[in-house]
Design a protein around this ligand. Structure first.
Ligand code: 13P
Length: 251
């Protein structure tokens, strides 16, 4: 039985002071989620990780939005796994389409990061998804299949069992143009079949999220899809009221 997972991706938003305020206000929500058996979390910027970790409930998942695969060295602007671990962070979003687009995050780079995280007992949330041109060209499964295969290359069934995959069609992110529930189910099911081909039965334990213009009004419909185990939410996770709305609608 896969537990539902609601994860907010704050992207480059919120000062640490604002993140702290959100973390404090989120305590009752996190308790409600826990009582209902739902996992809930947010991914603040690096600079707000500590504020959220220290002020939110200990049941709140606090994820970083990226990490470097190496431990230390001459990599200006990067943050490593031990640096995150020192602050008690053990979830990291990998391969978000914005990083793939603006920071040349390739499937191979994602693979190196995912391997490094797993070998440190951390949870990667591996994002995949096609662009509008690819979607319109009927290439979704080809693109997403390659992202899954290459991103998870050389890993074993045992290693991927705690991994989370997030399907986020690029054309639906921040556009208000969300994928239909049929598309979300079809592609999340396809991802699970690729995982099954790669890793066998453990595919049934791996959580697959949908992301892209998820709002309190549509979150329930997505989570009612058999292969959609949760949501990765950008804009609608920034305000506590709307974050609460997301949770209340899936309780
Ligand atoms: P929006 O929910 O703002 O469309 O963003 C989705 C996303 O990119 C989450 O990672």
């Amino acid at each position: 039985m896969r537990r539902k997972l609601l994860l907010g991706n704050w992207k480059m938003n919120k000062l640490a002071s604002e993140a702290k305020e959100f973390a404090i206000s989120s305590k009752p929500l996190v308790q409600k989620a826990k009582d209902a058996g739902i996992d809930i979390g947010v991914a603040p910027t690096y600079l707000s990780l500590q504020a959220v970790k220290e002020n939110a409930s200990s049941d709140m998942i606090v994820a970083a939005q990226n990490v470097h695969q190496l431990v230390s060295g001459a990599y200006t602007g990067e943050v490593s796994i031990p640096m995150l671990k020192e602050f008690g962070i053990d979830w990291v979003i990998i391969g978000h389409s914005e990083r793939r687009t603006y920071d040349n995050e390739t499937n191979a780079k994602c693979n190196a990061k995912i391997k490094a995280l797993i070998s440190n007992n951390m949870v990667p949330v591996y994002c995949v998804g096609e662009t509008l041109v690819e979607f319109e060209g009927g290439l979704t499964k080809e693109i997403v299949g390659t992202q899954v295969r290459d991103g998870l290359k050389d890993l074993t069934a045992e290693e991927v069992k705690n991994l989370v995959v997030a399907y986020e069609p690029v054309w639906s992110i921040g556009t208000g143009k969300n994928a239909s529930t049929e598309i979300a189910q079809d592609i999340c099911h396809f991802i699970r079949e690729v995982l099954r081909e790669l890793f066998g039965e453990v595919a049934d334990e791996i959580r697959i999220l949908y992301g892209g213009s998820v709002k309190p009004e549509n979150v329930k419909a997505y989570l009612s899809c058999e292969d959609v185990d949760g949501a990765l939410v950008g804009g609608a996770s920034l305000k506590i009221d709307s974050y609460e709305g997301l949770l209340l609608n899936i309780l």
